[in-house]
Write a protein that binds this ligand. Sequence first.
Ligand SMILES: Cc1ncc(COP(=O)(O)O)c(C=O)c1O
Length: 487
Amino acid sequence: MASTSTTPTASGHDELQRAAREHLLLHFTKQAAAYGTEAADPAVGEPGPATAGAARDELLVLERGEGPYVFDTTGKRHVDALSSLYCAQIGYSYGEEFTAAIGQQLATLPFNTNWNTAHPASIRLAEALAQRAPGDLNHVFFTNGGSEAVESMWKIALEYFRSTGRPQRRKAIARKNAYHGVTLGALAFTGVPGYKDGFGTPPIDVTHVSNTNAFRAEDAGDEAAFCARLLDEVREAITAAGADEVAVIIAEPVQNAGGCLTPPAGYWKGLREICDEHGILLVADSVICGFGRMGNWLGIEHEDVVPDMVTTAKGITSAYVPGGAVFVGDKVAEALFDPSIVLRHGITFGGHPVMAAAALKNIEIFERDGVLENVRALEPHLRAGVESLLDLPIVGDVRGKGFFWAVELVKDAEGTRYDQAERDDLLRGFLPHALREAGIVARADDRGDSVLQIAPPLIADAALLDEIVAALRVVLTAAGEHMGLAS
Ligand SMILES: Cc1ncc(COP(=O)(O)O)c(C=O)c1O
């Protein structure tokens, strides 16, 4: 992408701050803190993206991207070590290629739906995705994002059970602290209590079982025992819900909230077996893990398990335009082809021609530029880099996979957790400011425990990964000193 000169005038910067404060409502953000209209109280009930608690800083307004970098309205460069909330898989320099693909589509057919009719772009995209998906995930239902994908998955599951004579299956199993979206249906699957309180009784009966956080787990040293315990809990939850009433088990391949929680060996195979035993559908929510984050297409292939459905969004277009999709296996799709079944679900813009053209271009770029191969080749390097931070006293644990890593922040060598006031200070005050100063976009989060998380663009080379790890070392060393830990 040609680099344009957009060095802002001070008044342009100030003017944007004003206009944002007066008109723009920020997502998952305490507006008063972000806009500095609330004095010296950075606490945010639940943290959103890295910018959420930046009470002492102005709103971070990013106006330009180039490769893995983003530039704010003061002209400062930041390494986007979070890929814009796990979306910008290939960074920011493919704009001209996407413009050409989208322009051609707009000049040919700007819009048609996938309601009853279709258009070549969505058909070609569905075919291209199915060809790259594991197993029999041969069918694709398009959405505009992740929450819609999760809700579409649920309605497809219910239509499947209706078609196959089991309409009583209307319950689900998900995991504690997992995030599956915030629209009211998707929110039912989300297991973060702070996001649900006050929004009424969830419309879906979901039991939340333990996630796969091994840090502090007494049996974590014995991976097989840890795995068996987690799977036993799933079985117990199914029994309690009524085995013939459960429709779906949904889980992320690596759970984001809580800090990149990887499963023990055998966990996904165990889930598959349990689902097969009880006639339950297994769903991988790969909204984050898909499209290269794990070095493969759907973020689940490395588990050697084929789910019945996979939900995706974010990286499907590398976020050059919004998009999402549910991958549906043959067994479920076959039921939808029952002559008596109407799939009573549709989204006007799902599979928009522009989204389809962009997603096809994204696949082309992934394959031409070796994006999956890059992640697979550099995963050991990134792992070693992040693990090297374990020598810092504030780092209690390191976990992750692919280009998706978290460090857990602790008070001492025993791994003691920070209390709420300390979290507010560390995660919503100190770290966002220090990361901003260091020119690194990362995520300080405590929806489970206190973590700092990175998800670099999948085009990052070893030097950039080293730069990110080096910056984290500086920031975390200062954070440890700030929290009273000897360095
Ligand atoms: C695993 C997972 N599922 C679903 C969603 C919801 O996606 P969206 O924000 O596009 O609605 C997210 C969003 O971060 C997610 O991480």
